[in-house]
Design a protein around this ligand. Structure first.
Ligand code: ZN
Length: 285
């Protein structure tokens, strides 16, 4: 099996893969003396290759890995960064720490290794070794990289900003040219809106999304409007006393005119249901 990762140079110091080899995108930023890798993708063997490729392209070692949130397609390559500082928010750490005792227990991982040996025979879950609350900054001589915790897509979600070149690496706070997934049991669309506003205030020249094509702030504005539409729709629905069970049959819930991803119907149902729960909770008296 030939394992390939194609990194595209986005700016002078930032690279990202733009296809689906890692399922969600991974990126890296070149600072003065080292690389910072962002997210570790889904398929372990591909990530092993990706790290080597990044170090080959730049001639610099990876010293940090930032995990934008806890979803499997962003963390399952962590085992290849055990010599690095692996950074996440405290909330993301806590969720991952719980997952290794439940869904990702040794028994369950063993099952996955056996069922999908081609992709996952070396599967192992490694936790972050550095966590923070709010903001974090990596400084390397004259350059720095900032991490902002916003929550939103998940409890603990954060995005990365490289001020020198005004690039945002959004993780799944941005699904580019796709309907976002907002069905995690910790998704908060209200906080997600605030994350978009914070990104817009930074006025980045480019935004690297967690999924979908490379993009810019115009796509963030489209997604901001979309989430606002979803919240407004659901606030009306909840205020009129309609029931969660009846959401399945609803056909006028807001929708973006983009291609649908795998298992869209299932994920979109989760998204609608979660929005209902959050809106209901917010408006209960
Ligand atoms: Zn995600």
């Amino acid at each position: 099996m030939i394992i390939m990762v194609n990194f595209e140079q986005i700016t002078n110091s930032v690279w990202s893969n733009t296809e689906d080899e890692t399922f969600s995108h991974v990126a890296f930023v070149k600072l003065n003396n080292c690389l910072v890798f962002i997210d570790s993708g889904y398929y372990p063997k591909v990530i092993e290759k990706a790290r080597k490729e990044a170090e080959k392209i730049t001639g610099l070692p990876v010293k940090y890995l930032i995990i934008t949130h806890h979803h499997g397609d962003h963390v399952l390559g962590n085992q290849f960064f055990e010599d690095c500082q692996i950074i996440s928010t405290k909330k993301t750490f806590d969720i991952l720490d719980n997952l290794v005792k439940t869904r990702w227990s040794d028994d369950n991982l063993e099952k996955t290794r056996k069922e999908n040996p081609k992709e996952f025979d070396i599967l192992k879950v490694v936790l972050p070794n550095k966590s923070f609350v709010g903001e974090y900054e990596i400084i390397d001589d004259t350059l720095s990289l900032k991490i902002f915790q916003t929550d939103g897509h998940t409890s603990g979600s954060c995005f990365v900003y490289f001020p020198e070149e005004r690039i945002i690496i959004a993780g799944d706070l941005l699904f580019s040219e796709q309907v976002p997934y907002f069905g995690d049991e910790t998704t908060d669309p209200y906080l997600w809106l605030e994350a978009y506003k914070q990104m817009i205030d930074l006025n980045p020249v480019k935004v690297i999304p967690g999924h979908g094509p490379m993009t810019d702030i115009e796509q963030v504005k489209i997604q901001l409007q979309y989430l606002e539409d979803c919240i407004n729709w659901m606030e009306d629905y909840v205020k009129s006393g309609r029931k969660k069970e009846d959401l399945d049959a609803i056909i006028d819930f807001p929708m973006l005119d983009y291609d649908k991803y795998d298992d869209f119907d299932e994920f979109f149902k989760l998204s609608k249901d979660r929005t209902y729960d959050v809106v209901k909770e917010k408006h209960k008296h």
